[in-house]
Design a protein around this ligand. Structure first.
Ligand code: MG
Length: 296
């Protein structure tokens, strides 16, 4: 059994023949939003339909970190190490302060409620960028079925708390990631369910005033679609896909795949030196050690 598929020979130097794609936790319904806390040696991730955030400590086990979680989806950490979370149930983005209290980062735009924030990243200036597709309000499975008040946009909340819609021409923006130098922003469009919307990753050039230009299709994931994504330190994009995790060069070429037996929703680098990739995939969480390092 192979855990990899090499498309470009360089990918064989990214993986190690004796490092498996290993299941580390199971028993969930739809896992998402992995985020690594190196200082606490643990991984947090969402089990969205079960309305909880889980914590996995390598070598120890997995337990509930927060329940109910307001149907939390994507997470990240800000520059001070605080947890930043997307919540479907409350249709907001929050920050968990170091004392455990919750601060609302965004829950509306121009007087209308957000849809169901999905994935979030924090730039080096402290600004919080997040996607707001409508998946969490379409049914009662991953939140509460409700009316959509806003288009499915990408927003930026600047360090003073001012929110701006920065991408407004997506069907359903989902995973997002910066290149290591933050000159590029990658955004996955997963389309509206049950339609033949395009599903692909687009790439934008980030201007000095945080305006975005370009936006061409960077890569089309097959099979399945791109959801969560992360960059390694050399600028290769690692994307979730229907058959595992795909590694894509900065020029958009597929270099290789990590093969995972379930549909992958999201990934994050972590472990000692950020050389491990944690993979949330439907009912289980997997991990693999790589000869790569996650971007800071
Ligand atoms: Mg997502």
């Amino acid at each position: 059994m192979s855990f990899f598929e090499v498309v470009d020979p360089v990918f064989s130097t990214f993986v190690m023949g004796n490092a498996p794609v290993k299941e580390i936790a199971s028993g969930f319904d739809w896992v998402e939003g992995p985020v690594w806390f190196g200082d606490q040696n643990c991984l947090l991730f969402s089990d969205i339909p079960n309305n909880r955030i889980m914590r996995h400590i390598p070598g120890v086990g997995t337990s509930v970190f927060r329940a109910p979680s307001n149907f939390a989806n994507g997470h990240t950490r800000d520059r001070e190490g605080r947890l930043v979370s997307c919540e479907h149930g409350t249709r907001r983005v929050t920050r968990t302060e170091l004392d455990g209290s919750i601060t609302v980062i965004a829950d509306s735009f121009e007087g209308k409620r957000l849809n169901s924030p999905n994935d979030v990243i924090v730039a080096s200036d402290g600004a919080i960028w997040f996607s707001d597709p409508h998946y969490g309000i379409m049914t009662n499975y991953e939140g509460f079925r409700s009316e959509q008040e806003l288009p499915c946009n990408v927003y930026r909340v600047d360090p003073s708390g001012k929110i701006r819609a920065v991408l407004t021409d997506f069907n359903c923006p989902n995973g997002l990631a910066f290149s290591p130098d933050e000159s590029r922003l990658y955004v996955a469009d997963t389309g509206r369910m049950f339609t033949d919307d395009p599903q692909h990753i687009r790439v934008f050039t980030v201007g000095s005033d945080f305006s975005l230009s370009g936006g061409e299709v960077f890569h089309v994931i097959r099979p399945g679609c791109a959801d969560g994504m992360r960059l390694d330190s050399e600028g290769n994009l690692w994307s979730s896909a229907g058959d595992g995790v795909h590694c894509i060069a900065p020029d958009g070429r597929l270099l290789g795949k990590l093969l995972v037996p379930e549909t992958v929703s999201n990934i994050c680098f972590g472990g000692r030196g950020r050389h491990q990739l944690f993979i949330t995939a439907t009912t289980r969480v997997y991990a693999i050690s790589l000869n790569r390092q996650g971007a800071r």
